[in-house]
Design a protein around this ligand. Structure first.
Ligand code: ACO
Length: 324
């Protein structure tokens, strides 16, 4: 019996031009390249130019994903944009991107699950495509975290960067695409942890945008366990394993979290896609940025089994397994 599956047709990404190195940061806060590299693996990050908005980053990434898919904007009838740094409180940044791309059909909305946003958006798009409500979706992760950082807090400002990534998903008949497509997704949240990683502003509470605040050690303590739990759920649902996956594309928060998660799951280091050294933590954008990197350099190929995971503020966490 044939079923509808969501297949990745294309991927694209965009990074702002300006690169901010650790050494440059060490001139404004009490830190060092050595400390940042040793604790996080981050060497540099990109920072959006004045006036360059989350929607601009998202539009560039989306345009590149469409080109990679061999499609045009008019082929898209669903846009889900994961971000915690929208252009405005409302309308959704997805609606701005929709208008800028000239799309007038279907639906466009934002999704907010912080660093897990892309996995949550992918799962949401997959569910909509499989019901037959929409035919082709742009799933975008786009962030300008530089705008919500306290640049005097060395515990957080060294960790994050700006960027965007996007994939095009298409609803396809399994009889035509065989094994390809999103195989399983697993989403989790536990709001009891919300004060461990949050922004201290918002329209309803302070009427300000606010700054990111984090208990770094607490986040670290929970991250590896939560990540490995949802990956084990993905393995149990599909029969896949650390040995049968081709690529592990984790949220790029911190090299130590990535390495510890891969090690706990028995995933070979050669299968791990890492971009945190050059991008920092770009929150919802980090996974599609890493996917695009590994697709463009020839690592991820059609037919490969690709495992995604993310964990972030809320806490939220999730996994997805894709036959590329
Ligand atoms: N440069 C130099 N020293 C620093 C810096 C810095 N940038 N930041 C903190 N320190 C100091 C602290 O002040 C502290 O000094 P003290 O001992 O004199 O008090 C010392 O370094 C150790 O601080 P810790 O916070 O305990 O350092 P830790 O080893 O835990 O590393 C870090 C901090 C990198 C934030 C780590 O906790 C971490 O990676 N946590 C995970 C957080 C994360 O990745 N968040 C991303 C968002 S969530 C997500 O995406 C999953």
């Amino acid at each position: 019996m044939s079923v509808i599956k969501s297949v990745v047709r294309g991927v694209g990404s965009y990074l702002p031009e300006r690169v901010l190195t650790n050494s440059e940061l060490a001139r404004s806060v009490d830190t060092s390249d050595e400390w940042i590299v040793q604790r996080t693996g981050i060497r540099e990050r990109h920072i959006a130019a004045t006036g360059e908005l989350t929607s601009d980053l998202a539009r560039h990434a989306a345009t590149r994903a469409l080109a990679d898919a061999g499609l045009v904007a008019g082929d898209i009838d669903l846009i889900i944009l994961a971000t915690s740094t929208p252009d405005q409180t409302f309308p959704a940044t997805a609606a701005t991107v929709q208008a800028q791309l000239g799309i007038t059909q279907g639906a466009a909305f934002d999704l907010q699950a912080v660093c897990s946003g892309f996995v949550f958006a992918l799962a949401t798009a997959d569910a909509h495509l499989r019901t037959g409500s929409f035919k082709r979706a742009l799933v975008i992760g786009a962030e300008t975290f530089s705008r919500i950082l306290d640049w005097e807090d060395r515990g957080t400002c060294v960790l994050f960067g700006d960027g965007a990534g996007a994939v095009v998903l298409e609803a396809c008949d399994s009889a035509e695409v065989g094994e390809r497509g999103i195989l399983t997704t697993h989403l989790r949240s536990d709001g009891r942890h919300r004060s461990k990683l949050f922004v201290d502003g918002g329209p309803s509470s302070t009427q300000t945008v606010g700054h990111l605040r984090m208990e770094g050690r607490e986040v670290f303590k929970h991250a590896v366990g939560m990540i490995t739990d949802v990956i084990e759920d993905a393995f149990a649902a599909t029969g896949a394993s650390a040995d049968t996956i081709d690529w592990f594309v984790p949220h790029q928060a911190n090299r130590r979290i990535i390495d510890a998660s891969a090690q706990k799951l028995g995933i070979a280091p050669s299968k791990v896609v890492t971009t945190v050294d050059l991008h920092g933590n770009t929150s919802a954008a980090s996974i599609p940025l890493a996917l695009d990197t590994a697709h463009k350099d020839g690592r991820i190929k059609s037919g490969d089994l690709v495992l995604l995971e993310a964990m972030g503020g809320g806490f939220t966490w999730g996994s997805a397994l894709i036959r590329w």
